[in-house]
Design a protein around this ligand. Structure first.
Ligand code: ZN
Length: 579
């Protein structure tokens, strides 16, 4: 579908229920502001809107909204502020955002010594048996080599420690953790994973991709109470950056139980498009049997998608490439799931009415995902499947038009481009890099891009998502002309990728993604207008408030201290060895 017709279609579907709703009485809430970007093609700009029973019942002028004002109507004049539709992050590991608050933050540290020191200091202050950390990146250290556990094991001999690499595709375990996991020199590499070993064959403590599970299986799972606490923390972090909806890749039953408990208590204030963890065969079988659950639990949780993995990540050279890495000529990356399994799950999903979302980073990973989808769609033709490729990061030129042809949504994270640009060229070489983070090339084929952050791989901060999309520059506006700037999005495209287009990828465009009559009254308030200010001012803008179903779920504190992202952490690589 062409971009323009997507927006037009969204608007048309919202109009009819809207007029009916408007006839029903006075508004609960009337909002006026200097600038309201609706992301609705029928009324792109408005001065006012009205809300009743959690939905927009009017969008238009200050004069027009007055008729809906009754004695009990609250009014909110936002003055010179800018209102956007509630933002949607199409790829955010919701539980992990909350859990990360209880882990030692190792992002941006410039040596392994610092990693060890920070971990020791953290361990002294936590009662948890296992010390979990996150964010180390050997590319920032002298020598850039993977670490050896010896220094960490000497510093913390009695407590198990697991430190995840910045991209979630490798971890470092100390001797105690490896002992509890019963790993030694005789442990074989699992399929799709690697135990890094020294010259004598002994594990160095670094476990890549599927090998990480060998260590993680020894970590006791979080309790239900811990998960609920993590979810509550994550809600606050999402709302702080204007988010009112997300897609949550790779969730299991325990996370779903926590979401349902909060939703039933009226405390789950996001709309979550949960993607079931495809590695859990029993979970998939159970939910396919049950059938898709569109937005339920008071409009808060949808369970109609499955997350699969084709390959690893570029930062740890696990992304599957069609030809070897330019900076590692013996390596073409890792396939995490047999292609036949992707096709099998996709076929069963189509029969049951489920969406499939496959992580694919390398050009070979992407081709495998597209091939599997094409074969499944050949067996079970479906018109509106909205299958997704998560990341779609490095594409062979011949595969770029296949997304539009097959109706597959590229779900991309614009901040990955600015995090990866220092080393992506070395991994890929001058030719292949032209198909990396190729937003413009994809948009020109007629697809829409669902944008997201992959948080906690990247920060939740949606200013960064928007800025990366329009600038292809980092927060310091480097490199000066932008990195392969022809692939930039326009501002309208960037905003759509974080609202209407992400809504469509999450199957919620009939109720979210624009400020349109009939949709949930989800909106975000910014102090300045992203569509007008200079590009390099975007990172200095401030979210003033966030509303979900017409209720305020975030208000900016008076202090500016809270403007910093909660955990400005991960840089480099991408995604998601978390589920
Ligand atoms: Zn991810």
């Amino acid at each position: 579908m062409r971009r323009s017709s997507v927006l037009a279609g969204l608007a048309a579907s919202a109009t009819a229920p809207a007029l009916a709703a408007a006839a029903g009485g006075n508004a609960d809430l009337i909002v006026t502001a200097a600038t309201i970007h609706t992301v609705d093609a029928t009324t792109p700009r408005a001065q006012a809107f009205a809300v009743r029973d959690g939905r927009f019942i009017y969008v238009g002028s200050r004069d027009g909204v007055r008729a809906l004002r009754g004695p009990r109507t609250r009014t909110l004049d936002l003055g010179g502020a800018t209102v956007l539709p509630g933002l949607i992050d199409a790829h955010l590991h919701f539980m992990h955002v909350g859990q990360a608050l209880r882990e030692v933050d190792l992002a941006h540290l410039s040596s392994y010594d610092e990693v060890v020191r920070r971990t020791v200091a953290f361990a002294a202050g936590t009662p948890d048996a296992w010390i979990i950390g996150d964010g180390w990146d050997q590319n920032l250290w002298p020598g850039k080599a993977f670490p050896n556990h010896a220094a960490l094991s000497t510093a913390l001999p009695d407590r198990p420690v697991v430190l995840n690499r910045v991209d979630g595709h490798a971890l470092l375990a100390n001797a105690k953790a490896m002992a509890l996991a019963e790993i030694d020199a005789s442990s074989p590499d699992p399929s799709g994973g690697r135990i890094v070993r020294d010259d004598h064959g002994a594990p160095t403590g670094v476990f890549v991709d599927n090998a990480m599970a060998l260590v993680r299986r020894a970590i006791p799972p979080p309790s239900h109470e811990q998960l609920v606490r993590a979810a509550v923390a994550s809600l606050a972090e999402c709302h702080r950056w204007g988010l009112t909806s997300i897609a949550d890749p790779g969730v299991g039953q325990a996370a779903l139980d926590a979401y349902v408990e909060l939703a039933n208590a009226g405390r789950y204030t996001l709309r979550n498009h949960a993607m079931l963890a495809g590695s859990d065969d029993a979970l998939i079988a159970r939910y396919l049997q049950r059938g898709p659950q569109p937005l339920a639990y008071g409009g808060r949780l949808a369970i109609r998608a499955i997350k699969l993995y084709a390959d690893g990540a570029l930062g740890s050279r696990g992304a599957a490439l069609l030809a070897p890495y330019d900076d590692d000529p013996a390596n073409t990356g890792l396939l995490v799931t047999p292609p036949a399994k992707i096709q099998d799950v996709a076929t069963r999903a189509l029969r049951a009415g489920f969406q499939v979302c496959t992580h694919a980073i390398g050009d070979r990973g992407n081709r495998i995902a597209l091939d599997a989808y094409e074969a499944a769609l050949g067996a079970v033709p479906a018109r509106d499947h909205r299958f997704r490729v998560e990341h779609a990061q490095v594409l062979s030129p011949q595969d770029i038009p296949r997304f539009a042809r097959l109706g597959v949504v590229p779900s991309m994270q614009t901040t990955h481009q600015i995090s990866d640009m220092p080393w992506a060229g070395a991994r890929l070489g001058p030719q292949r890099v032209l198909g990396a983070y190729a937003w413009r090339a994809l948009l020109d084929t007629g697809v829409t891009i669902a944008n997201g952050t992959d948080a906690p791989i990247e920060v939740v901060d949606s200013r960064r998502t928007f800025h990366a999309a329009i600038a292809r520059q980092n927060e310091a506006n480097q490199p000066p002309g932008g990195w392969y700037p022809r692939q930039r999005m326009t501002r309208a495209e960037a905003l759509a990728s974080m609202t209407a287009w992400a809504a469509r990828a999450n199957f919620i465009e009939h109720v979210a993604g624009s400020i349109s009559v009939g949709k949930y009254a989800d909106f975000a308030v910014l102090d300045r207008d992203w569509m007008r200010i200079a590009r390099d001012e975007v990172m200095a803008t401030r979210f003033l408030a966030t509303y979900s179903s017409g209720r305020q779920v975030y208000a900016a504190p008076l202090s500016t201290a809270a403007l910093q992202p909660l955990r400005a952490r991960r840089r480099g690589g991408s995604c998601c060895g978390v589920s």
